[in-house]
Write a protein that binds this ligand. Structure first.
Ligand code: ATP
Ligand code: MP5
Length: 283
């Protein structure tokens, strides 16, 4: 029987502070109207201020999480976030073997948390480039992540271009194998996402919300993008929708939750908490 709504799988880390990682992914999936599922790669003890510990999930158990949901529910799109170690990258590569060919895969090459904590070691970065990027329908690095990945591409002789032009970065990253590249704009003044499909560059512009809260913006963006692919949108349409949703989530973000960069709020536009006071006023 066909699924009543698409089912989207996040293979990513847990943020105990609830701002990024799988916690952000599930909220973004709910906002997009798809059924969200998770295969957790690592537990982080994390707040808005920093990460005090990382507990990787054994590779075999990452594979088991994916195999179990794929066998029963099925998967219409995959989003891959924090991986952390090369062993995890290899396990995720193997886990993808349990998902049908042709299912869209969105990879957000998470390297550093908004708070500055390092979430990916050097060996894992090389493994992502080698084992996962060629399988991606879309990759969604932010500007610093794009620079790091493109530097690897230059060493491999894939590009001779200047590294600081964002369009050139997107082209260089396309050379690493993904079908489409979005370099997200959160780290640039004009906050324009740059989309490249191997033929042409499209600039995805929108409003900038300098006073918003952006912890989890990248996770929200890549999950919304995967959800829109599962809903049948083209990669470019999905990237445009994801940019809009992430931007609204930053605008509605909670700056006063925690002492560091506050979490995005992707459900803020749609949901109002019912408090005893509000309920009494309505009665
Ligand atoms: N201040 C902002 N105003 C509007 N949109 C924003 C803002 N900051 C980020 N975005 C949007 O959010 C999405 C994620 O971009 P960003 O570059 O922040 O990702 P990221 O750095 O990977 O996020 P994270 O901080 O979660 O790792 C993009 O579509 C981007 O345009
Ligand atoms: C588990 C996990 N995954 C991803 C991020 C990146 O998100 P951000 O850069 O917004 O902190 C994070 N902080 N934690």
């Amino acid at each position: 029987m066909p699924r009543p709504v698409p089912a989207v799988l996040s293979i990513a880390g847990s943020d105990s502070g609830g701002g990024a990682g799988i916690q952000a992914d599930l909220k973004a999936f709910a906002r997009c109207g798809v059924h969200g599922m998770t295969a957790i790669t690592a537990l982080t003890a994390q707040s808005t201020v920093g990460v005090t510990g990382i507990h990787p999930v054994p590779g075999e158990f990452i594979i088991e999480q994916v195999r179990t949901v794929a066998a029963d529910i099925g998967v219409d799109a995959v989003k891959i976030g924090m991986l952390g170690t090369a062993e995890t990258v290899r396990a995720v590569r193997e886990a993808l073997g349990h998902i049908e060919d042709g299912v869209p895969i969105v990879i957000d090459p998470v390297m550093v948390a908004e708070s500055g904590a390092v979430l990916l070691d050097d060996e894992a970065r090389a493994a992502i480039v080698r084992e996962l990027l060629p399988l991606a329908t879309v990759i969604t690095p932010n500007l610093p992540e794009a620079r790091v990945l493109a530097a690897g591409a230059e060493r491999a002789g894939a590009t001779e271009r200047g590294r600081d032009d964002v369009e050139d970065l997107a082209r260089a990253l396309h050379g690493l194998g993904p079908a489409n590249v979005v370099v997200t704009g959160g780290h640039r003044d004009e906050v324009t996402d740059v989309f490249f499909d191997g033929t042409s560059v499209t600039l995805l512009a929108g409003e900038r919300h300098p006073d918003g809260a952006a912890h989890g913006s990248g996770c929200t963006h890549s999950s919304a993008l995967a959800a829109h692919l599962a809903l049948g949108f083209s990669p470019q349409e999905a990237a445009r929708a994801a940019r809009r949703l992430a931007s609204e989530a930053v605008r509605d973000g909670h700056r006063s939750i925690g002492r560091g960069p506050g979490p995005v709020n992707v459900l803020g536009v749609a949901v109002r908490a019912v408090t005893p006071d509000r309920l009494a006023r309505q009665a």
